[in-house]
Design a protein around this ligand. Structure first.
Ligand SMILES: N[C@@H](CCC[C@H](N)C(=O)O)C(=O)O
Length: 288
């Protein structure tokens, strides 16, 4: 069974080409595959399948908005095996993979996701390096909430980018103090976020840039989160009393550019394809 491995600003994924949606991606298998000791190791899995095939296989109940049956669908799974609606870094890596591996000849096309079809523009696509812009769609503000770390409260704003985020802009944070935060298990209000939440901690905008770290639902702290960078940019602009603008978001794994206009966001950043190989079928049928 073929796999590839790739990352977007060090948010890493195992990519499973499965155009006809034949694979059984149960949570135990995904968790074993993503485990950094007993599996290949990754923050998540991207299954590459036709949207129509996923509907026929019963993985999707119906075609998501803006997605055609022949569109490629990013069937995203978190490292713990849970399903998430969207992954911003994942879409960039997915689009790069499709073009670099001959699944797609166009440079502009739609990638299906559970949060709807996401138009992409592939600026560069080499065997290793890619650069992609994703039209992330609507950024929806959910209201004020807060995260806690070691009893300290970080006020934040709930933001829906297809998946849920709590973006906490703290004017007392700088790059150094941000690096010192313990993001093992930040607290949040489960009444506000009944399905869990991705939590971003960030500095205000200075010279067009924010510094951000993230704790992802279903994974833990990651080196980057694309949807999280969009939520962070929206929260940072709002902190400055603005709604539109371009923000460079610096994360531990690199940096990306987010542009927000009239409540819609675009995410531009790199993608790296690291390896392609074969998973052992015996291991896949009973991972241990
Ligand atoms: N890393 C992703 C987000 C993946 C999903 C997230 N953990 C969730 O459960 O919502 C990104 O780049 O956006």
């Amino acid at each position: 069974m073929e796999f590839s491995k790739g990352h977007g600003t060090e948010n890493d994924f195992v990519i499973l080409p499965d155009p006809d949606a034949r694979l059984d991606l149960d949570a135990g298998r995904i968790a074993a595959l993503c485990d950094r000791r007993r599996g290949l190791g990754a923050d998540g899995v991207l299954r590459v399948a036709r949207a129509g095939a996923l509907v026929s296989a019963g993985v999707l109940g119906e075609l998501p908005e803006g997605t055609g049956a022949d569109d490629w669908f990013m069937d995203y799974r978190n490292g713990d095996g849970s399903i998430a609606e969207m992954c911003g870094n994942g879409v960039r890596v997915f689009a790069h993979y499709l073009t670099a591996h001959g699944f797609e000849n166009r440079r502009e096309f739609v990638v299906g996701s559970r949060a709807g079809g996401k138009p992409v523009t592939v600026h560069e696509t080499g065997p290793v390096l890619g650069e992609v812009t994703v039209d992330m769609g609507t950024v929806r503000t959910l209201g004020e909430s807060a995260a806690t770390i070691d009893g300290r409260v970080y006020p934040g704003i709930g933001i829906d980018v297809g998946n849920p985020h709590l973006a906490c802009v703290d004017p007392h944070l700088n790059e150094t103090s941000l690096a010192g935060l313990d993001l093992t298990s930040p607290g949040f209000d489960p009444g506000f976020f009944p399905h869990g939440v991705n939590i971003e901690f960030l500095t205000p905008i200075a010279a067009g840039t924010v510094h951000m770290r993230v704790h992802e639902r279903g994974v833990g702290e990651t080196r980057s989160c694309g949807t999280g960078t969009v939520a962070a940019a929206a929260a940072a602009l709002r902190f400055d009393g603005a709604s539109d603008g371009a923000v460079r978001v610096q994360i531990p794994g690199g940096s990306v550019e987010v542009r927000i206009e009239d409540g819609r966001a675009w995410l531009r950043g790199p993608s790296v394809l690291v390896a392609t190989g074969e998973l052992d079928d015996t291991w896949w049928s009973a991972p241990n």
